[in-house]
Design a binder for this molecule. Structure first.
Ligand SMILES: Cc1cc2nc3c(=O)[nH]c(=O)nc-3n(C[C@H](O)[C@H](O)[C@H](O)COP(=O)(O)OP(=O)(O)OC[C@H]3O[C@@H](n4cnc5c(N)ncnc54)[C@H](O)[C@@H]3O)c2cc1C
Length: 408
């Protein structure tokens, strides 16, 4: 039994950055990091890109090795799933029965891939992608020219898997029930460009098509659509979203809303328990409500912010959402608040290989931006979103006019 100190549950990206920040900020007491996976903290973005394709070795994903955690004086327990929290006693229990006391606790339990309640969603050939082990299994299954892949769900992970599989020589179909791709994070104009990018590469994109069931027989898998169409496939990937791992918090009586609700100091409804990363739901003033972010940038920044808050250091965490995606040779970057845009102004074309889409509110203030290979221009766009700047739509639209002029 170690003396009560800081305990972090979840050894992913947010948890890894949190323990590192506790030490960077001078905390000298005991730190315990419990991770359900057998791996030390690693980064997930390559799972649907270079690692899936076999171009990035697993070692390159490592964020903090077991040795570096030991050097930081962090007691790291891999394969240690926390089963129960007792906030009144400030104590937790692992699945193997061990118990630990804590002074402050940070929940960085992320999420798991969601399997929809769809007939056949649990068949062995129907895969999801969240962990290194999932990615290695899927990568092996995609090997072999001409494999037929059906991706259910046209969100970021589904589209990245589609792009990578296409680059591996697979025949790929993406089925999305909503009228456009990535509808939670993109306006329909920008989503149309992403669909065009995939179609150019030979991916069949079906939008507005709901899946009724998946079936399997000796010839392979078959995806049945509500419209009556059917797709034959060797592999089916569910890109149907993520389920936050908030059960521990819910069972302990903390306020939850599809994730652990935290204030601007990453603090939950219990003053000794904090949350960060994909599992945390932020009370967000500018978003006008609660916001849960699923992005690399947020996992790192909020992990660091939560560690500082656990130490009582000042600072509020109210981020402007930011995420990126890589598909084929396109770098797609998105920032801001999609729900607040009343119109979209496009600058550039897909054919030119570089474009920006700006989401403006009713007062022509920029609330979100999407960049495709936009490089430095996206940096300006991101700053303007942060500043909530008023922009001139005509200058924005004209790629020959200097971008800076739109914010004059
Ligand atoms: C395939 C893929 C590709 C991605 N690509 C991008 C990208 O291109 N750009 C981008 O911005 N974002 C991307 N993301 C999102 C980004 O990786 C996540 O937002 C980030 O990993 C979240 O970090 P986290 O620490 O909150 O959660 P996670 O990384 O999920 O870590 C949570 C950890 O907690 C553990 N855990 C859960 N419950 C318990 C428990 N009870 N006890 C102990 N441990 C527990 C889990 O096993 C897991 O290891 C991608 C995600 C995936 C899955």
């Amino acid at each position: 039994m170690i003396a009560p100190g800081m305990v972090v549950v979840g050894a992913g990206q947010a948890g890894g950055w949190a323990v590192r920040t506790l030490r960077d900020e001078g905390y000298q007491g005991p730190i315990l990091l419990c991770g359900a996976e057998l791996h030390a903290p690693y980064e997930r973005p390559p799972l649907s890109k270079g690692l899936l394709r076999g171009h990035t070795p697993p070692a390159d994903l490592e964020l903090f090795s077991e040795q570096s955690l030991a050097d930081l004086g962090v007691a790291f327990l891999p394969g240690a799933r926390v089963r129960r929290l007792d906030p009144a006693a400030r104590n937790l229990a692992l699945a193997d029965g061990r118990e630990f006391a804590y002074e402050k606790l940070l929940l960085c339990t992320g999420g798991r891939a969601l399997r929809p309640a769809l007939p056949g969603a649990g068949l062995p050939g129907v895969r999801t992608l969240r962990t290194l082990d999932d990615a290695q299994g899927l990568g092996a299954a995609l090997q072999g020219a001409g494999r037929r892949l059906a991706v259910i769900g046209g969100g970021w992970i589904g589209l990245e898997v589609a792009a990578t599989a296409r680059q591996m020589g697979c025949q790929v179909t993406v089925v999305e029930a909503a009228p456009s791709l990535c509808s939670r994070s993109l306006a329909s104009e920008a989503a149309g460009l992403i669909a065009a990018l995939h179609r150019e590469q030979g991916v069949d994109i079906l939008v507005g098509e709901a899946v009724a069931a998946v079936e399997q027989d000796s010839r392979g898998l078959r995806v049945l659509l509500n419209s009556g169409k059917a797709l034959d496939a060797d592999i089916v990937v569910l890109g149907t979203g993520m389920q936050p791992n908030d059960e521990l918090a819910r069972e302990a009586g903390l306020a939850c809303d599809r994730g652990v609700v935290v204030d601007a100091h990453c603090r939950s409804s219990d003053p000794h328990i904090f949350a960060a990363g994909d599992v945390a739901v932020i009370e967000h003033a500018r978003a006008g409500g609660r916001l849960r972010l699923e992005s690399w940038q947020n996992a790192q920044d909020q992990g660091c912010a939560a560690a500082r808050a656990m130490l009582g250091l000042p600072g509020e965490y109210q981020p402007v959402p930011l995420l990126w995606s890589e598909q084929y040779d396109a770098m797609i970057q998105i920032c801001g608040f999609v729900g607040q845009a009343v119109r979209t102004v496009m600058r550039g074309t897909l054919q030119s290989g570089k474009l920006l889409a700006f989401g403006l509110d009713a007062e022509s203030r920029v609330v979100m931006a999407v960049g495709l290979n936009a490089g430095r221009d996206f940096r300006d766009a991101r700053r303007w979103v942060q500043e909530h700047r008023r922009l001139d739509p005509d200058s924005l639209r004209d790629p020959r006019a200097p971008l800076a002029g739109a914010a004059a």
